[in-house]
Design a protein around this ligand. Structure first.
Ligand code: BJW
Ligand code: ZN
Length: 257
């Protein structure tokens, strides 16, 4: 392995699992019983904004109930201590990395606590529901699974209209989330960091979604050592130089400290 100066860390839903946020593709995944295309495409937003906003309102509300775990904290320690170049690229739309103290962080799939104008593309902080009826399913969340809450929200938002953009007043706001078919954020910056990386570490991601799933190949092509930390081997495990299996809350501190 060459001398390590530049590190790129990619995180996925598995890094937040021990904080109590559901992953996407596990047995208790967020989309269990629902087609991804129902909620996570621009077409779904146009066809059924009540459904899509209710889904993201529920996810945003859930953030207030969870805390960063040992994996987020270990990565924040790495960020504070690493003297070389570091970029933490998260696919997650939660705010647990920054709440743990990470600074050199980029949200490639957007952020729950941000709203995007579908017209002028202005971004603004957003920490409340976009749907006026969201309170109804927030109240029911203690007793229901994520899927059940999602169904509840379907019934609760029939007459929903998204808020207007306060900047241009001419278009509706939407969650600042990268849907399928949309370009993930800051790809130029990510590609540049990957091309310089001496070490690429992938944590808690299934490798099912591109372009993130291809980062390991880019990094290795440019000469990086690639380490996978995951609960179980992902589909692309064989692409890594090294894999360590176990919960992120144990594996990440063990790697960092
Ligand atoms: C633990 C753990 C613990 C659990 N400890 N680990 C056909 C072929 C190839 C590509 C395509 C194709 N058809 C379409 C595409 C492109 C498409 C795509 O990849 N589709 C696939 C389904 C095939 N991608 C796109 O459309 C993207 N845009 C795009 O490609 O633009 C063009 C472009 C081209 C070239 C360069 C650049 C751009 C956009 C993708 C947007 C993804 N959006 C979502 C939703 C975000 C908002 C939200 O959260 O709702 O992002 S989808 C969803 O999946 C979310 C996640 O960030 C993403 C990845 O999921 P993740 O994080 O890996 O979660 P899971 O659940 O899959 O895995 C969890 C892992 O954790 C597992 O491995 C567990 O074992 C592990 N784990 N507990 C450690 N305690
Ligand atoms: Zn606007």
């Amino acid at each position: 392995m060459r001398r390590i100066e530049t590190i790129v860390v990619l995180t996925g839903a598995g890094v937040s699992a021990e904080s109590g946020l559901a992953t996407f593709r596990g047995p208790d995944g967020l989309w269990e019983g629902h087609r991804v295309e129902e909620v996570c495409t621009p077409q779904a937003l146009a066809r059924d904004p009540a459904l899509v906003h209710a889904f993201y309102d529920a996810r945003r509300a859930r953030l207030a109930e969870v805390e960063p775990n040992a994996a987020h904290k270990a990565l924040a320690r790495l960020d504070a201590a690493w003297p070389g170049e570091l970029l933490i690229v998260t696919q997650n739309v939660d705010d647990l990395h920054e709440r743990a103290g990470a600074k050199r962080l980029l949200h490639m799939h957007g952020e729950l606590k941000s709203a995007l104008c579908a017209g002028c593309e202005a971004r603004m902080p957003w920490d409340r529901p976009m749907s006026p009826n969201s309170v109804r399913f927030e109240r029911s969340r203690e007793t229901t699974s994520p899927s059940a809450r999602f169904s509840t929200s379907l019934e609760a938002n029939g007459d929903f209209t998204a808020p207007e953009c306060p900047r241009c007043g001419a278009a509706k706001l939407r969650p600042d989330i990268v849907f399928f078919g949309e370009m993930p954020y800051q790809m130029d910056r990510i590609d540049a960091a990957l091309s310089r990386a001496d070490l690429f570490v992938s944590i808690g991601t299934s490798g099912a979604v591109y372009p993130a799933a291809g980062f390991v190949q880019t990094a290795r092509h440019c000469g990086a050592w690639a380490l996978e930390l995951n609960l179980e081997p992902s589909a692309g495990s064989y692409l890594f130089s090294e894999s360590r299996m176990g919960p992120a809350g144990e594996q990440v501190p063990a790697w960092v400290d």
